[in-house]
Design a protein around this ligand. Structure first.
Ligand SMILES: O=C(O)CCC(=O)C(=O)O
Length: 249
């Protein structure tokens, strides 16, 4: 088991910038085990989506439950305890493989929508979308502010193979109207992350990623955690308690 402690400056840096890089959250053996588990999964469901530019698995832990004990290491538990002292739950998990030379680019945006089990109109919730059986809604900003994304990198990642570009501090600007995003992007910076490392990110942080010009893949497990509870009648579609029994002995 590989364990790491949180650098003391990570929490204030993360709060101010809306992102932080944590190298070495997982060790090389742990990364190999995660990759093997994904590669050996039967890719039968429509949640496995392969195109020329990207291979994505939605509802990752629902599709491949064997990943959970591999992901939920003591190092992750320690990190979550630091980020969410009163506890949290997982609200979303996706796998993204941006293969070598991929043309897939992601335009500047904030992560404004959450996936819920079903529509239930509640004050502050909207707009709604429903696509291919997935219902999503924009929650009040407080829900997004109390959510943290942990992007676990399974390959060394830099500007050539699709490292995220972000605008540090933009998570403090609320929902940014799309037509004003270009006012912010001159301050953008690239976030390289070594294999086994994690990028922490607030959903309201403006982010984007380029096409790959590399011969290396960029495989990422994207996990979202929140301490918020949704109002009665609404539930995160992938909600998963981070229970102690998932921890390795
Ligand atoms: O992985 C990427 O390159 C972009 C993903 C992204 O922007 C997102 O999940 O919101």
């Amino acid at each position: 088991m590989h364990a790491t402690t949180l650098p003391p400056m990570l929490t204030p840096e993360f709060a101010a910038r809306g992102c932080a890089t944590l190298p070495g959250l997982y060790g090389p053996e742990e990364v190999r085990a995660l990759l093997a588990c994904i590669e050996n999964a039967p890719a039968a469901s429509p949640n496995f989506r392969r195109s020329q530019g990207v291979f994505a698995i939605r509802n990752l832990l629902g599709e491949i439950p064997a990943l959970l004990p591999l992901l939920h290491t003591a190092a992750l538990r320690e990190l979550l305890a630091e980020l969410f002292p009163t506890g949290c739950h997982l609200t979303k998990a996706i796998y993204f493989d941006k293969p070598a030379g991929s043309n897939w680019l992601v335009a500047w945006h904030q992560d404004l929508m959450i996936n819920v089990a079903q529509r239930a109109d509640r004050p502050g919730y909207g707009p709604w979308t429903a696509k291919a059986g997935w219902v999503a809604v924009q929650p009040p900003a407080a829900v997004l502010e109390n959510t943290t994304t942990i992007r676990l990198h399974l390959d060394d990642c830099d500007a050539t193979n699709g490292a995220l570009k972000v605008v540090p501090g933009s998570h403090q600007r609320g929902v940014v109207p799309p037509e004003t995003i270009t006012d912010f992007t001159p301050a953008a910076t690239v976030c390289p992350v070594p294999a086994g490392g994690a990028m922490l990110m607030k959903p309201l942080l403006l982010h984007a990623s380029n096409r790959s010009t590399s011969d290396r893949p960029r495989r990422v497990i994207h996990l979202e955690f929140s301490a918020e509870e949704l109002p009665a009648g609404l539930a995160w579609r992938e909600r998963l308690a981070m229970a102690a029994e998932h921890l390795p002995r």
